[in-house]
Write a protein that binds this ligand. Structure first.
Ligand code: SF4
Ligand code: SF4
Length: 452
């Protein structure tokens, strides 16, 4: 499959042909782009007129070049399918350490951190049983990962500490490695918490949406007061001690801030260099939802952000934007690229009562994919097998998608929530994904100076 696309850099168009299977990116001139797109895609009316204006001699020369690239395995490479073995091993876990929150964000998918359950805190006993479940089911996996999630995890900080201590000691005793991540809204991130998280967490994610007015409209305390000032102050303190260790600031954009490039850059202006900004995922009827009719604006913002991104990365305001990070040379193995996050297969979420779900997004839903409980020792291997069967190969739309090796088939929870079908991707998010991929490829080419 060859995907032809354009990108505007410093006001000038760049033309690309992306060989999806080999991962070869070709930065070509306009005539080659038109010949390529005519051969492998579909020209727009405007492109067709330009294509017709290319001389037959030039077209023939380009065709020869394309043929050469094809014979070298750099263009129109056939798909090589790999086996995706299922071992039943679990390697990662999301611990819902707290089904409660000190904020009431308007777009919270977890219903103010409660997941539609009574407000609840995970006990040490449940956390210990969850980690034991992980260790017992991890088979030959050496590296294990646990993510503390909420609600707000720092509201149950004592148990976070006890569970981390238990996990690290047990991992050491059985010759495994366990890494922890914690996601927080930053409000309770005081000096003691900063010191602890910096020492014990492999990664820390702090939620801030960008501009104060954007953040404070939606990320509010129960009395309606915006949380920006305190979250930003604490996040900056954390950043100052964190050095080169992993962290990132994670924001959300909604209908309220479709000009989200400003929010990403605001976070950078505030001194953060690891930034992610995710589109909100809400039903169409929500006033904050992003719609198909917003896509042109969203694309425009990604393009704007990518141009400023290229500029800033040359100077003192260097930063990483997670959706623009792409590695054409190394990156994850093919199996990982085809299966994505591994929800329900090798990654599960555990609630404060010990219930197991394929991921945090399935907790508090209709219960269809309830997998068992770490206290009772139940675990539904049939559901695990169902999730193991969800990959790029098993999804018709993903098979034909140029983003398949970088998107890995999208989010199963979104597929289920929007289409009631684990194998039918959520279309709006696919369109944004493909635009981000094009921008990422163009950025990669510009930063690496040519074809790859
Ligand atoms: S901080 Fe997170 S869990 Fe709490 S209300 Fe906001 S989005 Fe929900
Ligand atoms: S963008 Fe959509 S269609 Fe493409 S691989 Fe991802 S989920 Fe599948």
């Amino acid at each position: 499959m060859v995907h032809c696309f354009t990108y505007t850099h410093e006001g000038k168009p760049l033309f690309f042909a992306w060989d999806v299977e080999s991962g070869s990116l070709h930065n070509v001139d306009e005539a080659a782009f038109l010949v390529c797109k005519n051969k492998f895609g579909e020209l727009t009316d405007e492109e067709r007129q330009k294509f017709d204006a290319v001389s037959d001699v030039e077209k023939r020369e380009i065709e020869e070049e394309l043929f050469k690239l094809e014979s070298e395995g750099l263009l129109n490479t056939p798909e090589t399918r790999v086996d995706l073995p299922f071992s039943g091993e679990i390697k990662a876990m999301c611990l819902h350490i707290c089904h409660d929150c000190n904020l009431r964000c308007s777009y919270c998918f977890a219903k103010d951190g409660t997941y539609n359950t009574p407000r609840d805190y995970m006990s040490f006993e449940v956390g210990k049983a969850a980690l034991d479940f992980l260790f017992e089911n991890s088979g030959n996996r050496h590296n294990l990962e646990v993510d503390f999630f909420g609600g707000e995890p720092l509201m149950n900080f004592d148990n976070v500490k006890k569970i981390v201590a238990y996990g690290k000691e047990k991992a050491k005793s059985i010759g495994k490695d366990i890494k922890f991540t914690l996601t927080t809204n930053g409000v309770l991130l005081n000096d003691a918490a900063i010191e602890y998280l910096n020492a014990e967490m492999d990664n820390v994610v702090i939620s801030i949406d960008g501009r104060k007015e954007v953040h404070d409209k939606l990320r509010v305390s129960p009395n309606g007061k915006g949380s920006y000032d305190v979250a930003l102050k604490n996040a900056k303190k954390f950043r100052a001690v964190r050095g080169d260790k992993r962290y990132y600031i994670r924001g959300t954009f909604t209908q309220n801030n479709l000009d989200f490039s400003v929010d990403a850059l605001t976070l950078n202006d505030e001194g953060f260099d690891q930034i992610s900004l995710e589109p909100v995922v809400l039903p169409d009827e929500s006033p904050l939802a992003i719609h198909e009719s917003d896509l042109e604006k969203v694309y425009e913002e990604y393009d704007k952000l990518s141009e400023e991104y290229i500029k800033r990365r040359k100077g003192e305001k260097w930063f990483n934007f997670f959706h623009f990070m792409i590695d054409l040379k190394n990156g994850p193995c093919v199996a990982k690229r085809l299966t994505g996050c591994g929800a329900g297969k090798e990654y599960v979420a555990v609630t404060p009562t010990g219930d197991i779900y394929p991921c945090h997004q399935f907790a508090g839903g209709d219960g269809k994919y309830y997998m068992g409980n770490v206290l009772s020792g139940t675990f539904d291997r049939n559901i695990q097998k169902t999730f193991a069967g969800i990959n790029v190969y098993s999804k018709e739309e993903c098979n034909k998608c140029p983003a398949k090796y970088y998107c890995s088939g999208g989010c199963a929870a979104n597929s289920y929530n929007f289409n009631k079908d684990l194998k039918k991707p959520y279309g709006l998010s696919c369109k944004m994904m493909r635009r981000r991929l094009e921008d990422s490829l163009a950025i990669y080419c510009i930063e690496h100076g040519g074809n790859d």
